[in-house]
Design a protein around this ligand. Sequence first.
Ligand SMILES: Nc1ncnc2c1ncn2CCOCCNC(=O)c1cc(-c2ccc(F)cc2)cc(O)c1O
Ligand SMILES: [Mg+2]
Length: 214
Amino acid sequence: TRSTRPQRLLGAVQKNATRGDPGSVIQAIDHYCRNKEWAMNVGDEKGCILDSVVSEVNPATVLELGTYCGYSTVRIARLLPPHAKLITLEFNPAVAAIARQVIAWAGLEDKVQLVEGASGDFIPRIKEQFGVKTFDLVFLDHWKEYYLPDTKLMEECGLLRKGSVLLADNVVCPGAPDYLEYVRSSPRYESRYFKSHLEYTKVEDGLEKSVFLG
Ligand SMILES: Nc1ncnc2c1ncn2CCOCCNC(=O)c1cc(-c2ccc(F)cc2)cc(O)c1O
Ligand SMILES: [Mg+2]
């Protein structure tokens, strides 16, 4: 049977990237998705914005919602200080299996905990299951209609502290209008839009960075 897009993306990593070299894994995926077949990675342009926010926050604890093939997981984990932890949630087991291999190829498995399941089920259990009190940084990149309910759930579960940073992908394309409205109008957030483009295209998209004020 025909291979899947995630399987072909993993093949490009194994063929073109150097084991243990996260930068070469990132380059191999971007080259493949720009020249062979598009895939919904955050990509190189928005990825640079992601890098700058990760470096600024210098987080000890990170939550990523929506792993996909692990491209943004590798981008984030490669910048984390030693002993920092990234928990990433992926819904689709077949996709999660690819992401594990991409993360391992980059040599970052010790910094990353990939969990399979839906965000709504896992968020309430993160504290007791993973011994995390609050997250310094949350990267939202899963189903766009889940951004708002999951943000409210993280607030209710006490997973955000004064200064926690939420960074949301695709707030323009595919779009998360209810989420944008919420973080931009709520007095509990200081929000800023980083204009960019949909990965590997000229279509407008961007990242919304929202600091929780407690
Ligand atoms: N832990 C969890 N809990 C719940 N659900 C979960 C989950 N983990 C995964 N999922 C399921 C959803 O995962 C993928 C979500 N990402 C996207 O859909 C996405 C789509 C485009 C896109 C597509 C087509 C266009 F034409 C234009 C743009 C671009 C992007 O950058 C995207 O990120
Ligand atoms: Mg995305």
